[in-house]
Design a protein around this ligand. Structure first.
Ligand SMILES: Nc1ncnc2c1ncn2[C@@H]1O[C@H](COP(=O)(O)OP(=O)(O)O)[C@@H](O)[C@H]1O
Ligand SMILES: [Mg+2]
Length: 272
């Protein structure tokens, strides 16, 4: 089966926006997590809504949730949801163009003031691209609810004007976004830091947001990394192969050790 890989260019507005994100929003870089969590939450809402008339879309997995993982060695942060997911057509349309009306107006309102522009970006809802503030490569693995496992897609971009998309096998419905962090962004590769950002920005999200439980390692006086499942006492050697940046299946297994860090009530209060 051919993986049907294609490389496409971003719409001009997306390129402009990416440039802006990367160069002007640096002091607000933590908003990327708010935006990706918000998209994951929207995706779950969409599934819930569509499943009202088509229960099969839940695929025997009706417990909607968002999972956040990180891997200090691979320098990745992963945001996973079991929401509606995207097929090839969806990903090309939604992650390559800005379909919204008012795009021109949005660009005309940008002031160069980082604080104001960050707020504008949030309002405009061009949130996904904010991933490129901290990531030098973004990998989106998705499979739409109700479609077969071999209709999964992997979308990859370095935020440099183009993205590639290819078919993958993805049994689990929903979307997994893997951010490979830029040099110098290691600070956010900690459970404490990520929880802190989520507390500040995603407090209103009504779905459970899960992170794997970290354990304190007496021997190294550090937290054991949560995603590898291996104790820190046997570190992987430095100088890893470049194509190891993204493990093929980067979905961490969230077992019973997962910690529920947020669960507010449904429906969401309307306060921002
Ligand atoms: N986790 C996800 N699951 C499904 N679709 C997603 C996900 N993240 C992004 N998308 C798609 O990409 C689009 C663009 O996201 P974004 O730039 O944040 O803008 P907005 O959320 O305002 O639509 C979303 O509208 C949605 O169609
Ligand atoms: Mg969004």
């Amino acid at each position: 089966m051919g993986a049907h890989k294609e490389t496409l260019g971003f719409q001009t507005e997306v390129k402009q926006l990416l440039h802006l994100m990367i160069h002007s929003l640096y002091s607000n870089k933590e908003i990327f997590l708010r935006e990706l969590v918000s998209n994951a939450s929207d995706a779950c809402d969409k599934l819930r809504f569509q499943a009202i008339n088509n229960d099969a879309l839940f695929e025997n997995d009706a417990e909607l949730k968002i999972q956040i993982g990180f891997d200090p060695q691979a320098k990745t942060i992963t945001i996973t949801d079991n929401g509606i997911g995207m097929n090839r057509q969806d990903a090309i349309a939604h992650l390559g163009t800005i379909a919204k009306s008012g795009t021109k107006e949005f660009f005309s309102q940008l002031s160069g003031d980082q604080q104001k522009d960050a707020a504008l970006i949030g309002q405009f809802g061009v949130g996904f691209y904010s991933a490129f503030i901290v990531a030098d490569e973004v990998r989106v693995r998705s499979r739409k609810a109700g479609e077969s496992a071999n209709q999964g897609i992997e979308w990859v971009s370095k935020g440099d004007g183009e993205f590639s998309i290819e078919s993958i096998e993805k049994p689990q419905r929903g979307t997994e976004i893997v951010l490979h962090l830029k040099e110098g962004e290691d600070e956010i590769l900690s459970g404490w830091k990520l929880k802190n950002i989520i507390t500040r920005y995603s407090d209103h999200i009504s779905l459970p947001i899960l992170m794997k439980k970290e354990e304190w390692d007496e021997k190294t006086s550090a937290m054991k990394p949560p995603m590898t499942g291996k104790p820190l006492t046997k570190p992987t050697p430095c100088g890893h192969a470049p194509n190891q940046k993204f493990p093929k299946s980067s979905t961490p297994t969230f077992t019973k050790t997962s910690v529920l860090i947020f669960k507010s009530h449904w429906p969401t209060p309307t306060t921002a």
